[in-house]
Write a protein that binds this ligand. Structure first.
Ligand code: THU
Length: 135
């Protein structure tokens, strides 16, 4: 599975996105990129705001590209900081990724390749809503 993922291409897409980051406040650019199950690569950068809490993480703009491009399931993901070093997605963004994840989605992390279930164990997701409403 891991061998089918071109991690170098994903890292390049994430770094390219990172260079577009709008970060006048934190000065901490982030780029995110993911392989979608139809083969395309989506990416995003963080977009800050003078009202700090309104800031969009790189994963948010990446998810917008995913949905605007027709949707799909995320197969593999990586996130980089301003040095191009691997960055862990924040907790909120793990939830965002989980929503759109393919079964067994892989993340390149600071501790190696992990699955979405490893970085967000026992996740809350669409299934809980479906099960409740099916009763
Ligand atoms: N940031 C992201 O874009 N993604 C993450 O997963 C971690 C944090 C951004 C938000 C903010 O613009 C900057 O990093 C500092 O927190």
């Amino acid at each position: 599975m891991t061998s089918h993922v071109n991690w170098e291409a994903l890292r390049e897409a994430a770094s390219e996105a990172m260079r577009k980051a709008y970060v006048p406040y934190s000065k901490f650019p982030v780029g995110a990129a993911a392989l979608v199950d139809d083969g395309r690569i989506v990416s995003g950068c963080n977009i800050e705001n003078a009202s700090y809490g309104v800031t969009l993480c790189a994963e948010c703009s990446m998810t917008s590209e995913l949905i605007m491009g027709g949707g799909g399931r995320l197969v593999a993901f990586v996130c980089v900081d301003g040095d191009g070093a691997t960055l862990m997605p924040c907790g909120r963004c793990r939830q965002l990724l989980f929503e759109h994840s393919a079964e067994g989605m892989l993340l390149q992390t600071v501790s190696g390749i992990r699955t979405i279930d490893e970085v967000l164990p026992d996740a809350f997701g669409p299934r809980q809503l479906d099960e409740y409403n099916a009763k």
